[in-house]
Design a protein around this ligand. Structure first.
Ligand code: HEC
Ligand code: HEC
Length: 379
């Protein structure tokens, strides 16, 4: 129990910290939680930020069971401050906040796990375990032009995986999605991840622990380990159900980003509706997504079906909060693999059932295109 004096000292500290102009706590809890729910939120926040250690190592806490193969040692290292990740800008840079999903196309056309990599490439391994792979990413540019003649350039990823996964392998680059405001997206047929493949937040979090960090749980008891090795990992449940519950409680309640401060642009809003954007990014829904899978065309086809999604299908990404992301970086890498440098390129990549929206955008005069971008910057 904290004494009254300690509470006074803490609140004094909090007020001096904000007075010093430090940014607000990105993981601040929503207001009005009961004491029990607040305590569980704080436990979940700790699990999200914890640096997990390999099994059998000693440390100051009990966050143990990392690896043997993994991508990063904590949730927060990819979802920095709860935000989104990016893919490396050139082959010399490591994957820090993005990962690779992978599969193997069989003779009958179906896609199953890859015999060496499984369903995800882990590019890190604990001391003593063999490294599964090395990955690097380059980008190729193609140019095009708007109807008014103004030129644009789009980049698409060229991925190298070592050892060579073979000609029938299919690989998909995924940047970390923002993890804020997700409680409002629960309860739909389409779930979590860029292809909506994880049915609910508990499964999504357990899948992240397993695939991204090599932590087993009752939902994913198999360790992430090189297939050749027989024994690896510290057992079938390194996380524990109560920690998974706490983490899920935290993710469910982590508040959405507030809408960006600039007033929404009326001309831009008109274009947003006229171009059919609102059919999928429905502004009447809390996060501006219909939570459906859509055929996004050949340009965004990654060759990898997942859950109910075909290789060319993606879940409508929420646009609420996009303005705050763009206010920090107007060319923020968007779409599932971060190929779009800002919202205009993201729109230009829309194909399939969203092709008409991209075509309409290309036909607009520059003033109307800019109005639409201003509208997105206000979300
Ligand atoms: C290596 C980077 C990485 C790490 C570590 C990581 N994530 Fe993620 N996260 C991602 C990526 C990439 C996606 C998108 C996954 C996909 O489409 O397959 C994602 C998606 C999610 C989503 C779904 C968001 C949505 O809109 O559907 C949640 C929730 C989430 N992660 C939570 C976590 C938690 C909790 C942890 C820690 C246990 C974690 N992540 C660790 C990269 C990471
Ligand atoms: C048929 C449904 C559909 C329509 C219509 C549509 N979108 Fe999208 N949008 C999507 C999907 C699905 C994604 C995710 C694609 C991906 O990540 O590869 C997306 C992604 C985006 C993104 C990137 C978001 C992020 O955080 O990465 C932006 C920006 C965007 N859309 C804006 C628009 C605008 C503006 C329009 C109208 C000009 C529009 N969209 C029309 C389905 C649609």
């Amino acid at each position: 129990m904290l004494s009254r004096l300690a509470i006074f000292a803490l609140s004094f500290l909090a007020s001096t910290v904000s007075a010093a102009g430090l940014p607000p706590d990105p993981f601040a809890p929503p207001t009005g939680l009961s004491q029990d729910r607040l305590a569980q939120y704080e436990r979940g926040r700790l699990i999200f930020s914890a640096h997990w250690r390999p099994s059998g190592t000693t440390g100051p806490d009990d966050f143990e069971g990392l690896g043997p193969l993994y991508n990063r040692i904590s949730c927060a290292s990819c979802h920095n401050a709860g935000g989104r990740g990016r893919a490396p800008d050139d082959p010399s840079r490591p994957f820090l906040t993005a990962l690779i999903r992978i599969g193997m196309r069989e003779a009958d056309g179906t896609v199953g796990p890859h015999p060496h990599f499984g369903t995800q490439v882990q590019d890190r391994a604990v001391p003593g375990a063999a490294l599964e792979s090395r990955i690097s990413l380059a980008w190729e540019e193609t140019t095009g032009s708007f109807a008014d003649g103004e030129e644009y350039s789009l980049r698409h990823p060229v991925l190298t995986i070592r050892p060579d996964p073979g000609p029938n392998a299919v690989a998909s680059i995924r940047v970390a999605q923002p993890v804020r405001g997700l409680g409002a997206l629960e309860g739909h047929e389409v779930g979590f991840g860029w292809k909506g493949a994880q049915p609910d937040l508990r499964h999504q979090n357990a899948a992240a622990m397993s695939g991204d960090m090599g932590l087993t749980s009752t939902l994913f008891p198999e360790p992430a380990c090189p297939l050749e090795e027989q024994t690896c990992g510290g057992g079938p449940d390194e996380v524990g159900d109560s920690r998974l519950d706490d983490l899920t409680h935290f993710i469910r309640l982590l508040p959405a980003l507030p809408p960006h401060a600039t007033p929404n642009d009326q001309e831009g809003e008109k274009q947003f509706k006229a171009l059919g954007c609102a059919a999928c990014h429905d502004p009447s829904r809390p996060a501006m997504t219909d939570m459906q899978l859509h055929d996004m065309g050949a340009g965004l086809d990654d060759g990898l079906p997942e859950g109910d999604a075909e290789s060319f299908e993606w879940r409508t990404q929420p646009l609420r909060g996009l303005g705050t992301i763009l206010s920090r970086n107007p060319k923020a890498p968007l779409l599932h693999d971060g190929r779009a440098r800002g919202p205009a390129e993201a729109i230009l990549w829309h194909g399939g059932t969203a092709q008409a929206s991209a075509d309409g955008f290309k036909r607009l005069p520059a003033s109307a295109r800019n109005a639409l971008i201003r509208y997105l910057e206000g979300l």
